[in-house]
Design a protein. Structure first.
Length: 119
């Protein structure tokens, strides 16, 4: 009995109706309208957090240089934190801005470059 009913239902159904297709398209449109702004906002937040973390890592390298070399300020001639001198290297590479790859400015306090998002 069930077998005959299932076969009859399969035989009668040939595809989706236009209404069913429209409902699916509307649902996908609503999901896209909600999801896209959320993803775009997350990218800006992620970039700002990346810049803050890069700044903290670079500031830590500057602080280690100061402690190991027993100085309170960086030399005015500048230092290479990536070089294998003066107890270094203190960092593998100078971090860059997440948005435009501008390198961070190394001074007594690390400065996030202009044009980069900061939290």
């Amino acid at each position: 009995m069930f077998k005959a009913l299932i076969q009859r239902l399969r035989k009668d159904q040939r595809g989706l109706t236009l209404i069913e297709l429209l409902v699916v398209i509307v649902i996908l449109g609503i999901i896209a309208a909600i999801a896209i702004p959320m993803v775009m906002g997350n990218q800006q937040t992620a970039n700002a957090n990346t810049n803050a973390q890069n700044r903290a890592i670079l500031q830590d390298a500057v602080n280690r240089y100061k402690v190991i070399n027993n100085v309170t300020t960086l030399p005015s001639t500048g230092i290479d934190l990536t070089a294998d001198v003066d107890g270094g290297p203190y960092i593998e590479a100078i971090p860059t801005c997440a948005e435009n790859a501008t390198p961070f400015v190394v001074a007594d306090t690390v400065i996030i470059p202009s044009g980069c998002l900061a939290p």
